[in-house]
Design a protein around this ligand. Sequence first.
Ligand code: URA
Length: 244
Amino acid sequence: MERLQKAMAHAGVASRRKCEELIAQGRVAVNGQIVTELGFKVDPDTDVITVDGRPIRPERKLVLLLNKPKGVITSVSDPQGRRTVIDFLKGVKERVYPVGRLDYDTEGLLLLTNDGELANLLMHPRHQVPKTYLATVKGIPHGEQLDRLREGIELEDGRTAPAEVEYADIDMDKNTAVISITIHEGRNRQVRRMLEAIGHEVVRLRRIQYGPLTLAGVPRGKYRVLKPEEVRELRDAARRSAVT
Ligand code: URA
């Protein structure tokens, strides 16, 4: 327990003396009750302290990992009334925003956060962490075609950076293949365009990994909150990925 003015000063509201003035002016409430007594004791971890009705603690920073289904738009709202990724975050009070974008028909791992600094770091072109996709394509690409993707391929917005590309599955009967592709960029519709450039249409696309994070334990349409150490690892991965 600590004196109210001290807890306020620790939270960065103002100097202790200025906080005493705020209390004396009747502008400070503890758990909804105005407190004007300077010696009032609070528990800064559990008591809700407000100044002029506003909580002194900033909103907690949150990073969510959503397993996005297909047929869902990566946006906080849609004028056409389509389902958005926010519709899958029942129970989340914080205003979170998607980190980057998955196409309407792309499934899989999408991060959302209210931490603007982290979002900027992850979306910065110089700090792109590796992202792995499973792309189901029509027809079965030859090994040399996959080599072209590994080396970098010319797209209308320039040559792609080298990618890691492997066969994940081949279905001779259906004449389809599943290609695992890891890219270090985040261009619009990049994976679909890369595979189209070698002559194979993508019929299903799923992001399964984002830096150190995977979809493990998160069913389609569900989300989980990242632990502080996972957020730290993500930040570290982005810093390590810096292109100089
Ligand atoms: N590449 C694509 O083509 N689409 C996505 O949604 C993500 C990466």
